[in-house]
Ligand binder design. Structure first.
Ligand SMILES: [Zn+2]
Ligand SMILES: [Zn+2]
Ligand SMILES: [Zn+2]
Length: 329
C-alpha cells in the first residue's frame, strides 16, 4: 500500500562489500542501458532456471536487499541469485547495473553449470535433430491434461509396467493415468535430478498421443497464453532459519486486497515462479489459484512434513502479493 515510501527511504543502505545487482553501482561506474540490462538479465534468468543448487550455491552468505519491500535477507548464494533474477527485484533496482555485475553472475552460473554436466546422449534427438531445452511442461499442457476424461478404461501397457523413478506400479493404468503420472510434479522432479533438463519434444509427444487417442473424450485446448510453469524444485531441509509461524495482520490485509486483474497482468511471472508446488505434488496452471494455495494451511502442513516453513519462501510469494494490490482508494 505505502511500500513505495519504504523503498525510497532505504535506498541509501547497502551490503559491505557490495553485492552485484543487489546493491547499486557507485555513481562513477558506467551503467549499461535499460534494454541491454533486460536482455542480459533474461539470459541469466533462463540459465538459472535450469540449474539446481550445488555446493557452490549453498555457500553461506549474509546479504540484505534494501530495494525490495521488507528488506529481505539471504543466507546462501542460491537464495541471493534467486532473488536477483526474480524480476520484481530488477524493477525495484530500476534496471540499473554494470557489465561487471553481469559478468560476476555469468562466471558463477558457468561454474554451477560445469558441476551439472549434460548427459551427451540427450543432446541429439532420435530423428537426428537437435532438441529444444525446457524446464518442464507449460500451463496449457497441464490444463489440457487436467481437462481430459477417459471414454473407455483400457490398459495402456500390455505387459506389467513400473515407473522405476517412482517405484510405482502402472500395469493397470489407462493412457490418461500414465500421462498424468508422466506430467506429475513429483515424477518430473525425480527425472530432472537425473537428466538436468527436458526437451520440449518430450512433452509435445504426449500432447499428440493424447489428442489422437480414441480412448479419451476430446477436449478443446485451453485459450490462455502459454508459459512454462515453475515449481520443480528440490526440497532442501537442512537450513531453515528464520522459521515462519503465521501470517501477520498486515500480510492478511495484503492478501485480501489482491486485485485479480493485476494477477492476470502478472500471469507470466506468477506461473513461471509459482506454477507448481513440489510439497503438495500439484501443478497450479491458473494464476488466480496461486496465492490461495501457497497461503493455505494444507500447504503449510505439507511443507512441515519435510521441514519447518521457511520465512524466505513465504516472503517470496508475498513479494508478488504486494505487486498485485488493488490501487488505493
Ligand atoms: Zn530485491
Ligand atoms: Zn514416476
Ligand atoms: Zn503446496
Amino acid at each position: 500500500m505505502h511500500h513505495h515510501v519504504e523503498i525510497t527511504s532505504s535506498m541509501a543502505s547497502s551490503d559491505s562489500p557490495r553485492v552485484p545487482l543487489i546493491d547499486l553501482p557507485q555513481p562513477f561506474d558506467t551503467k549499461i542501458s535499460r534494454d541491454r540490462f533486460k536482455l542480459v538479465y533474461n539470459g541469466n534468468r533462463e540459465l538459472l532456471s535450469i540449474l539446481k543448487p550445488c555446493e557452490i550455491t549453498e555457500k553461506h552468505v549474509d546479504v540484505t536487499c534494501h530495494h525490495c519491500p521488507g528488506s529481505p535477507k539471504f543466507a546462501t548464494v542460491w537464495e541471493t541469485m534467486q532473488h536477483v533474477f526474480n524480476e520484481i527485484h530488477a524493477q525495484n533496482i530500476n534496471y540499473i547495473g554494470t557489465s561487471k555485475d553481469f559478468f560476476h553472475y555469468k562466471l558463477l552460473l558457468k561454474r554451477v553449470l560445469v558441476k551439472q554436466p549434460l548427459p551427451g546422449k540427450t543432446t541429439v534427438l532420435e530423428n537426428g535433430e537437435t532438441g529444444k531445452y525446457c524446464r518442464g511442461p507449460t500451463n496449457r499442457q497441464i490444463l489440457f491434461i487436467q481437462s481430459l476424461r477417459v471414454r473407455e478404461d483400457v490398459k495402456f501397457f500390455e505387459k506389467p509396467m513400473k515407473c522405476l523413478l517412482c517405484q510405482l506400479d502402472m500395469s493397470n493404468f489407462s493412457i490418461l493415468d500414465v500421462a498424468r503420472h508422466a506430467f506429475s510434479i513429483k515424477h518430473l522432479e525425480k527425472a530432472l535430478s537425473r537428466c538436468n533438463m527436458f526437451f520440449v519434444e518430450e512433452f509435445e509427444w504426449w500432447m499428440e498421443k493424447l489428442k489422437t487417442s480414441s480412448n479419451l473424450i476430446p477436449s478443446e485446448p485451453s485459450e490462455s497464453a502459454e508459459y512454462y510453469v515453475g515449481g520443480l524444485k528440490t526440497i532442501i531441509g537442512n537450513r531453515y532459519i528464520p522459521v515462519f509461524e503465521k501470517l501477520t495482520e498486515k500480510e492478511l490485509n495484503l492478501i485480501s486486497n489482491v486485485d485479480e486483474q493485476k494477477v492476470r497482468e502478472n500471469e507470466e511471472v506468477l506461473l513461471r515462479r509459482f506454477g507448481g508446488c513440489i510439497y503438495c505434488d500439484l501443478w497450479i496452471p491458473t494464476p488466480t489459484d496461486i496465492f490461495p494455495h501457497f497461503f493455505s494451511e494444507q500447504h503449510f502442513e505439507k511443507v512441515r512434513e519435510h521441514h519447518p516453513v521457511k520465512q524466505f519462501d513465504v516472503d517470496d510469494v508475498m513479494s508478488l502479493v504486494k505487486l498485485c494490490q488493488k490501487s488505493d482508494c
